[in-house]
Ligand binder design. Structure first.
Ligand code: MN
Length: 250
């Protein structure tokens, strides 16, 4: 049993150590392949116009059955190189991201993208994220839920083109709820300032808006539960497709 672990916060993030150590309790072989620096919000970007390096890396406080490699690229690069160099794993897990990936966050998330990349290869994949506000993060409960989720997927598999997006509250969860993706997004705010030479520069920031959709990921994590949402790579909107067929016949 082999599990590949990646993330977008970088190989030195405490979140990836927590996830790899949790996976090391259920798999013989755990391989971390992660970016050398933070790559949050890079989504599925690939590095195509420069060489990539793949370097064995010593990490402290990791289980004996974990090997680690760092890549000077994106999360999707890491998954591609990890599978190329280490062979196909039984499972790919990404995270645990420091901060949530809820609602429209999944479009931008490098954590979700690592799982997406695995899914495009036909490998069962799960993205894990933790925290909603700036609470103190407790990985111990998250690790138990991560193991439980991974064991379920290893036993039952996932439907084709389907990944799981799992979000943990920062503190001890009240339980686990299956749910849909919400419409949570950020109010994009562009800060415009002058650089030391008097030229304009821009900084995209924003605040999370949140939603109160009771059956969807944001509200469930906000209420203190672990959210588990299956995501599908077929983004076709079938109702609109049907409507457009009428257009074709007019
Ligand atoms: Mn991140």
């Amino acid at each position: 049993m082999k599990i590949l672990v990646s993330n977008d916060d970088g190989i030195y993030s405490p979140g990836i150590k927590a996830l790899a150590n949790a996976m090391a309790q259920i798999a013989d072989e755990v391989i971390i392949v992660a970016p050398d620096v933070e790559q949050s919000a890079t989504s599925s970007a690939l590095t195509l116009r420069r060489p990539l390096r793949y370097k064995a890396t010593k990490l402290s406080n990791i289980a004996a059955n974990i090997k680690a490699f760092r890549v000077d690229g994106t999360p999707a690069d890491c998954v591609i190189l990890g599978v190329h160099n280490e062979g196909r794993p039984d499972l790919i897990v990404a995270g645990i991201n420091l901060g949530p990936n809820l609602g429209y966050d999944v479009i931008y998330s490098g954590t979700v993208a690592a799982a997406t990349e695995g899914t495009t290869m036909g490998i069962a994949s799960i993205a894990f994220s933790i925290g909603l506000d700036d609470d103190d993060i407790n990985f111990e409960f998250a690790k138990e839920y991560a193991k439980k989720t991974a064991l379920h997927v290893l036993e039952h598999g996932l439907a084709s083109r389907t990944l799981l997006n799992v979000n943990f509250p920062a503190k001890k969860p009240l339980g686990l709820k299956l749910c849909r993706q919400s419409t949570h997004q950020w109010d994009d705010n562009v800060v415009q300032r002058k650089d030391p030479e008097g030229k304009d520069y821009y900084w995209i920031s924003g605040k999370p808006i949140g939603t109160d959709e009771k059956d969807a990921d944001y509200h469930i994590v906000k209420s203190g539960y672990v959210s588990v949402s299956p995501l599908h790579l077929d983004m076709t909107e079938y109702k609109t497709l049907k409507k457009l067929e009428i257009l074709m016949n007019e």
